[in-house]
Design a protein around this ligand. Structure first.
Ligand code: B12
Length: 311
């Protein structure tokens, strides 16, 4: 038995892969997902393997991957080409739906994104940072992306800085790009239900690591809670004034220094407002009498605040 390689023109290839001709052309040009041969008349010719690659990319994009991430994963072999029928996911790898990684992102890919983020920071390349953040935020809900992809990348950023592998400029460039993204997300999340229980979020005096607190504020707003986000380094008197009429105060605690400062703020807040829910969140947060410690997962931490307010 011999095998004749079937070739398709661009229209046939696009139809078999389930995309339009302009999409197929764009994916070829921008992402190099296919590299078709040419007929003697100069027309593109696609083999079965190319069609399967485009079909796999389409499936990944439908699942929520960004086109560039999908193409990259197919080209570097981290996602196998699915040569099954377009609509049948049988035998296709499963990508941790609701699992650890953001939907559609394998742990290897998450690690690759962290590497890209670090490389862009080290090389002081703002456009490359923008592009990693675009890819990252195309990977699923805000909460999953923040918890599964963004925070690990920030942690790696801190480790690289502490190990002397990354300049202060590189760290600032990357963390301020993240801060701008989170700020946009906060604006986009609306202002919450004005009649709901208000939550005031910020950092203790001297605390400048506000990204976790900001991500918490975004998550709370997305859950419909009215949030007053106050940002970094907030003096005790300002905390006291800001919680007037609020139901909860959430204080970010990232360093040991933050912890002492946050507990002091919490004591002042509780003394002046006995019914107020006071919660500490972040890597160095600890519970204390009358003060709750938030879980690390953002949606759980918002749920914990909501439950405490209701109680
Ligand atoms: C960006 C960054 C900065 C930026 C912050 C910019 C900004 N706009 O926030 C700047 C440049 C200001 C900075 C300064 C410093 N930094 Co810094 N920084 C970082 C870095 C890289 C990321 C911080 C971050 O955003 N982390 C991610 C957040 C989101 O994590 P998280 O707050 O713990 O929250 C987690 C959860 O709890 C959860 N969560 C769930 N619900 C809620 C709710 C709330 C309210 C919160 C907060 C979180 C939360 O979300 C997260 C998921 O795990 C970290 C590295 C790291 N490992 O985190 C170092 C790091 C925190 N920095 C460090 C240091 C040493 C410093 C400086 C002292 C450096 C210096 N010599 O000046 C100063 C101190 C500044 C100050 N006064 O507070 C150390 C801290 C070491 C320690 N054990 O205390 C780290 C760990 C770096 C390292 N590996 O050594 N830093």
């Amino acid at each position: 038995m011999y095998h004749v390689q079937t070739m398709y023109n661009i229209k046939q290839a696009a139809a078999r892969a389930g995309v339009t001709v302009p999409v197929l052309r764009a994916w070829e040009r921008r992402y190099g997902i296919v590299n078709p041969g040419r007929s003697s008349g100069g027309y593109r010719q696609f083999d079965e393997e190319s069609v399967a690659r485009v079909r796999t990319m389409r499936t990944l994009v439908d699942e929520g991957w960004s086109p560039s991430a999908a193409a990259g994963a197919i080209l570097d072999g981290s996602v196998p080409v699915r040569d099954d029928q377009p609509t049948s996911p049988a035998g296709a790898p499963t990508f941790a739906l609701g699992g650890h990684a953001a939907q559609g992102t394998s742990p290897a890919e998450a690690a690759a994104m962290t590497e890209r983020f670090l490389a862009a920071a080290k090389a002081l390349q703002p456009d490359a940072i923008t592009s990693v953040l675009d890819d990252l935020f195309a990977r699923g809900s805000f909460e999953r992306v923040a918890t599964d992809l963004l925070f690990p990348a920030l942690e790696a950023l801190g480790d690289a800085w502490a190990a002397g592998q990354l300049s202060v400029a590189g760290e600032h460039l990357a963390s301020s790009a993240v801060q701008r993204r989170l700020g946009q997300a906060l604006e986009a999340a609306g202002s919450g239900d004005a009649r709901g229980a208000r939550v005031v979020v910020g950092m203790p005096p001297g605390g400048r690591h506000e990204l976790g607190a900001l991500a918490f504020a975004v998550t709370a707003r997305r859950a419909g809670m009215p949030v007053t986000y106050l940002g970094a380094d907030l003096p005790v008197e300002d905390w006291l004034a800001a919680v007037d009429g609020a139901s909860a105060a959430v204080i970010g605690v990232v360093t040991a220094r933050d912890r002492h400062a946050a507990i002091e703020v919490a004591h002042h807040l509780l003394a002046a407002n006995p019914g107020l829910v006071v919660a500490l969140g972040g890597r160095a947060a600890q519970a204390a009498p009358g003060i709750m410690r938030l879980p690390t997962e953002l949606t759980e931490s918002v749920a914990a605040v909501r439950t405490s307010i209701a109680a």
